[in-house]
Design a protein around this ligand. Structure first.
Ligand SMILES: *Cc1c(COP(=O)(O)O)cnc(C)c1O
Length: 377
């Protein structure tokens, strides 16, 4: 069976709609060949790379309008490593987690470490958002701002206890509005809205978080060196990392931050992701065969759009047909196991390309190639 060839008039200019690694804009790659080229293959302990790290940290602080006293930290390992580092060096005794998808659940399971009291986990089904149970004794409360596995986004507000508020913004940061003062650690990685490569984590840390890190570091708890948050604090202050970072990743990240700030900052970015995601939600509601997976419109993510497809149609055929036409990574999160499309609408993705994607989807559905044999009867 050969794949449907879509009419060229419905194709987006750029067919990358994956949730991470996500589209890297051509201008970011160009930076690697121009100003960034002379940094590649040079020491991260010398002034030029330190200036690059300094620029990234400063631009992050500007983009998020960080309150006085907050610091921008970075270290190797990506967000998954940050969870381990937090279990060793941020959670004092016990954490409380919201779990409404894969990523929130993963941090909760990492926090079930033998040196900690078992965490309290507030769960809700995939496609919805959990809420914090009040009155739980916890020194860290944690949840994802955007649950990338389901396309549900959660509000970020202090719960009114002394617990540190630790927000997984891996896919939300740079594409969703945020008031950093509502958080103590807002952490993310560069391969989603920032359109760079993976392997680093960044965190915007409050004075209370910095103080917590220092206190646990001074205790007799065993902490592996690469996961020691105090190393992240002391190295970041010097625009350094404990061990060698990927310099190309930093170059592309810096180019993206510069672009976002030039275009109008976080407000502009969050409007752009809203425009893109609204196009898709409206499209899904307009077709009888599709509907937004997240039922509460307030929880529908601006940056990861999940669309359920009627059982009479095979969503894997839709994604496969798109892929054969150069439109990639629209498959659902593997462990969710739904007849679904998942489409990133990160800030680097052009709303015009999202509009074209809806036209490509129309052509596929109208052609009938994805209809399951006999199912429609
Ligand atoms: C992608 C993602 C992660 C994992 O990030 P890595 O850098 O690959 O470890 C964690 N949380 C969320 C919400 C994500 O989207």
């Amino acid at each position: 069976m050969s794949d449907l060839i879509l009419d060229p008039s419905v194709l987006p200019l750029d067919g990358r709609f994956g949730c991470g690694p996500a589209k890297v804009r051509p201008e970011q790659v160009k930076r690697l060949r121009s100003a960034g080229a002379k940094l590649l293959g040079t020491s991260h302990r010398q002034a030029p790379v330190k200036a690059l790290v300094g620029s990234v940290r400063e631009r992050i602080a500007t983009l998020f309008q960080v309150p006085d006293g907050y610091e921008v930290l970075l270290a190797n390992g990506g967000s998954t490593s940050f969870w381990d580092a937090a279990a060793f060096g941020l959670i004092e005794q016990r954490s409380q987690h919201l779990s409404f998808g894969e990523f929130g659940a993963k941090f909760a399971s990492v926090a079930a470490a033998p040196w900690l009291t078992a965490p309290h986990v507030d769960e809700a089904p995939a496609g919805s958002v959990a809420t914090l149970t009040g009155g739980i004794e916890a020194d860290v409360v944690a949840w994802p701002q955007n649950e990338t596995s389901t396309g549900a986004m959660a509000p970020v507000q202090r719960p009114g206890s002394d617990a540190l508020v630790v927000v997984d913004a891996t896919s939300g940061a740079g594409g969703l509005p945020i008031d950093i003062a509502q958080t103590d650690l807002y952490y993310f990685a560069p391969q989603k809205n920032f359109g760079s490569d993976g392997g680093l984590w960044f965190a915007i840390a409050s004075p209370a978080a910095i103080e917590r890190i220092a206190r646990i570091d001074a205790s007799d708890r065993y902490i592996p060196e690469t996961l020691r948050l105090s190393h992240a604090v002391s190295n970041s202050r010097l625009n350094q990392t404990l061990n060698t970072p990927a310099i190309a990743t930093l170059v592309m990240l810096d180019a993206q931050l510069e672009w976002m700030l030039t275009e109008g900052g976080l407000g502009w970015a969050a409007n752009r992701t809203k425009t893109s995601s609204d196009l898709l939600y409206r499209w899904a509601e307009s077709r009888p065969e599709t509907s937004p997976f997240v039922s509460d419109p307030a929880h529908r993510s601006r940056v990861v759009v999940t669309i359920d497809v009627d059982e009479s149609i095979d969503a894997t055929v839709i994604s496969r047909t798109l892929r054969a036409n150069g439109i990639v990574d629209t498959e659902p999160y593997r462990k969710l196991g739904r007849n679904q499309l998942r489409i990133a609408t990160f800030v680097g993705i052009d709303p015009d390309d999202v509009r074209q994607l809806t036209r490509a989807l129309d052509e596929i559905l109208d052609s009938g190639v994805a209809a399951r044999e006999g199912a429609a009867a």
